[in-house]
Design a protein around this ligand. Sequence first.
Ligand SMILES: Cc1cc2nc3c(=O)[nH]c(=O)nc-3n(C[C@H](O)[C@H](O)[C@H](O)COP(=O)(O)OP(=O)(O)OC[C@H]3O[C@@H](n4cnc5c(N)ncnc54)[C@H](O)[C@@H]3O)c2cc1C
Length: 349
Amino acid sequence: MTSAADQPTPPIRTDVLIVGAGPVGLFAAFEAGVLGLTCEIVDGLDKVGGQCIELYPDKPIYDIPAIPSCTARELVERLMAQCKPFNVPIHLEQRVESVEQRADGRWTVRTERGLAFDVAAILLAAGNGAFVPQKLALAEAVPLESRHVHYSVPRLADFADKHVVVAGGGDSALDWVLALRKVARHVTLVHRRNGFSAADSSVELMRRAVEAGEMDFVIGAIAGLTVEDDALKAITLRGLDGETQLEAEHLVALYGLVADLGPIAQWGLSIHGGRIDVDTSNYESSRPGIFAAGDIANYPNKQKLILSGFHEASLALRKAYSYAYPEKKRMHVHSSYDAKLAEKLGAVG
Ligand SMILES: Cc1cc2nc3c(=O)[nH]c(=O)nc-3n(C[C@H](O)[C@H](O)[C@H](O)COP(=O)(O)OP(=O)(O)OC[C@H]3O[C@@H](n4cnc5c(N)ncnc54)[C@H](O)[C@@H]3O)c2cc1C
């Protein structure tokens, strides 16, 4: 797996670009290998697994064929093991931005961090879109973004000796507040209730840190920001007893992630309800050569289930083959009857 590279690089040539390393994108990588297609995967997140890892890693899943029960995390690990024999490059922290069809019919796809791909077909397995942080609904927060208002913590050292307020009640908020209390001058956790959706052990650590005077915890909602000389000075909190002011130089709001179709919505595809219309005979979109599978695909009676996405990706890639190798006729062969493939897959495990 590669991580974000900010250098513009020459386009990477491959048969199919898979957008999304969720369960459907990972299975698609395996299926592409079985069909004899080369592919690469991009994902905007810093890890593979899509919703399974981002939203419910420890929840059991009971409706994957031949796996009576596994956690979402285990499913992703199995999918990674399944596609491993094909050594598919996975580019993380690379949100896909633009697409352009060239005169020869191939596509150039670019990511926001400068990667480019030269491909015969694109499979969008992008779920509900790229995950982006849920932001504060306060106009005065916008000009302070990245300087005084943050939606992630890129470098702890940037908060050394500062007054920091962390807002949120999930794992990220608890993990970061515990880390920040060691470097900041003062750190306060703000959450709208005295209950958390974070790991019990982190909540326990936070409560002990409050008791020890290492940090504060305040119940309330952020109602406004006081800005002076283009810098954050204080936060207005609305709580049960009305409004109070909290001194702050930095606000780290960790309200979780929301999915956003983002730039893909500008690709000229037919879209309904934020999802891409497809032909169910091959899961091709309204632009021939661009396919959609998994939660992002739209067709009558679509079910947002992992197993539906597996089927959709499999049919999409069969049609994608005709774009990558127009001169070849792909014969249907069961994977176990293909000696070379069987040898390769024998390496799984
Ligand atoms: C709480 C919960 C429980 C569920 N339980 C089950 C269950 O038990 N069984 C079941 O079958 N289904 C279940 N589902 C549904 C299942 O998780 C989805 O159907 C499945 O994740 C869809 O997979 P996907 O690969 O299509 O999309 P996702 O899992 O959403 O993955 C899409 C990936 O694409 C990436 N991406 C999006 N846009 C871009 C872009 N522009 N550039 C780069 N990357 C991008 C995203 O970062 C993400 O990683 C559940 C869903 C939820 C929320």
